[in-house]
Ligand binder design. Structure first.
Ligand SMILES: Nc1ncnc2c1ncn2[C@@H]1O[C@H](COP(=O)(O)OP(=O)(O)OP(=O)(O)O)[C@@H](O)[C@H]1O
Length: 328
């Protein structure tokens, strides 16, 4: 579990202050995957580096598995950091070491015997699906394979918590999917708590139970993905399911409906046709399986004026469907 309260970090550079993290509160329960989404410069990397205290925050506390890391001295902190694995965007592997040598690296300072180390490294490489590439050097591995080595190395000391710094942004879409599937699998099998930063909506969609949108050092919204999808003003919901503009026909009322959880699998349009004798057109949209819920957004055109379609829309709302004005 990760609990962050009141985190702030300001950099002083060339005579001016840059507030990179401006009062962030965040809780990631044990076994959950939390994604922080934001554009370049939002403060995501600084936030992540403050979680394992690679960067010391100016204010706030960072508690990982019940230990307040901000209260520790350097020596205790080095030991406590083993509770936190880190996966890097550009893998950060040692070119002169094999895959096995890279995974063994963090174990060498723990005093583990050579035989135990070899056993543990083989186990970790198997876990990430690279059991047969133990003696390959990074230059002989694909990007996805390098990231698998990076993940195995991050897990070497048996952390409960994994931090992922844009782990897939240097990878092609198919490899990205396979690495995200691996993170999801590790989360489920090991009960691993994962805090990841990303600028890609797809990453949030595929693996995150909860997420935050970060801008100018602050969280502008944060919560479980399923819950954010039920908020009419959620930026994340709009980003996860963008709806391109669509031209209605004369006499139609156009609305956006957001479905999450049970409503995503109910035949809501058939219900409208039956109960209200309405032939609804789907202008665009999608319903998908996300990490923790089924969800989607549709832009619908209903025949009739706003007043004429109001009972049908009220019926949808009663069933738990979020109905908003198109494009809002
Ligand atoms: N070491 C540093 N010294 C001075 N300013 C910094 C330093 N590191 C980051 N910053 C500034 O802090 C702000 C947040 O940067 P940060 O790297 O955390 O954002 P980010 O969301 O991770 O962006 P990116 O995805 O591009 O890495 C930016 O304005 C950046 O220029």
């Amino acid at each position: 579990m990760i609990r962050i309260e009141g985190l702030r970090k300001t950099y002083h550079s060339r005579g001016r202050d840059v507030v990179a993290v401006d009062g962030v509160d965040l809780t990631v329960p044990q076994g959950e995957i939390f994604g922080v989404l934001g554009q370049s410069g939002a403060g995501k990397s600084t936030l992540l580096r403050c979680v394992n205290l690679l960067e010391r925050p100016d204010a706030g506390t960072v508690v990982v598995d019940g230990v307040d890391l901000t209260a520790l001295r350097e020596k205790q902190l080095r030991a406590a950091r083993r509770r936190v694995g880190m996966v890097h965007q550009h893998f950060a592997l040692l070119a002169s070491r094999t895959a096995a040598g890279n995974v063994a690296f963090p174990l060498e300072v723990t005093g583990m015997s050579r035989a135990d180390r070899a056993r543990r490294v083989a186990e970790l490489l198997d876990l990430v699906g690279l059991g047969d590439r133990a003696s390959a050097y990074p230059a002989q591995l694909s990007g996805g394979q390098k990231q698998r080595v990076g993940i195995a190395r991050a897990l070497a000391a048996g952390p409960q918590v994994l931090l992922s710094d844009e782990a897939t942004s240097a990878l092609d879409p198919e490899t990205t999917r396979s690495i995200l599937d691996l993170l999801l699998d590790l989360n489920r099998r090991l009960g691993l708590t994962i805090l990841l930063i990303t600028h890609e909506m797809d990453v949030v969609k595929r693996v995150c139970h909860s997420a935050a949108v970060m801008r100018d050092g602050r969280f502008v919204e944060s919560g479980q993905v399923a819950e954010l999808l039920r908020r009419p003003d959620s930026e994340l919901a709009r980003g996860l399911f963008p709806l391109p503009p669509a031209e209605p026909r004369p006499g139609e009322t156009v609305v956006d409906v957001t479905l999450s959880g049970d409503t995503a699998d109910e035949p809501i349009l058939a219900g409208l046709a039956r109960r209200f004798d309405l032939d609804v057109r789907i202008l665009n949209g999608a319903v998908e399986t996300l990490a923790a819920t089924r969800a989607g957004r549709l832009r619908l055109a209903l025949p009739g004026s706003a007043a004429e379609t109001a009972p049908a829309l009220a019926h949808l709302r009663e069933r738990g469907v979020l109905v908003t004005e198109a494009g809002r």
